[in-house]
Ligand binder design. Structure first.
Ligand code: ZN
Length: 131
């Protein structure tokens, strides 16, 4: 069986893949990167919270030019998942304004970044339209 590893440490794989944020216990601000102190209140206590896998597209940019090797166009967006903003690409959709609209319902989706010789698959995430 192929072992999967997540590209980012806040993506939890398994039967029900989801994102996990660090939530400041003092003010409730949520962050996906590791922090020593809260950017909002300088609190230093955090707890892990599961982020809903479905959300709404809050804002997006259709990226037409990128570094060599990165397929374009693609859609870079911010998804509101139950009140938590998640930066992610919108995937499995045509990257044009006809198919990508503000407020559209999206859900978490995994994609493979490739498998190494040992059979370990690297997994990234984006959001795809929720049918
Ligand atoms: Zn805080």
């Amino acid at each position: 069986m192929t072992e999967q590893i997540s590209l980012v440490d806040y993506l939890v794989l398994g039967d029900e893949p989801h994102l996990v944020a660090h939530e400041c216990t003092a003010c409730g601000a949520r962050f996906f990167d590791r922090r020593n102190a809260c950017a909002e209140c300088s609190g230093t206590e955090f707890r892990s919270v599961d982020i809903p896998t479905e959300g709404e597209l809050r804002t997006f940019t259709i990226v037409a030019f990128a570094a060599p090797g990165i397929p374009v166009p693609f859609v870079a967006g911010v998804v509101d998942c139950g009140g938590t903003s998640v930066r992610a690409n919108i995937i499995n959709v045509d990257a044009d304004p006809e198919h990508v609209t503000l407020g559209m319902k999206v859900r978490l989706a995994m994609f493979s970044l490739g498998t190494d010789e040992a059979g370990t698959e690297a997994v990234g995430f984006g959001f795809e339209p929720a049918a």
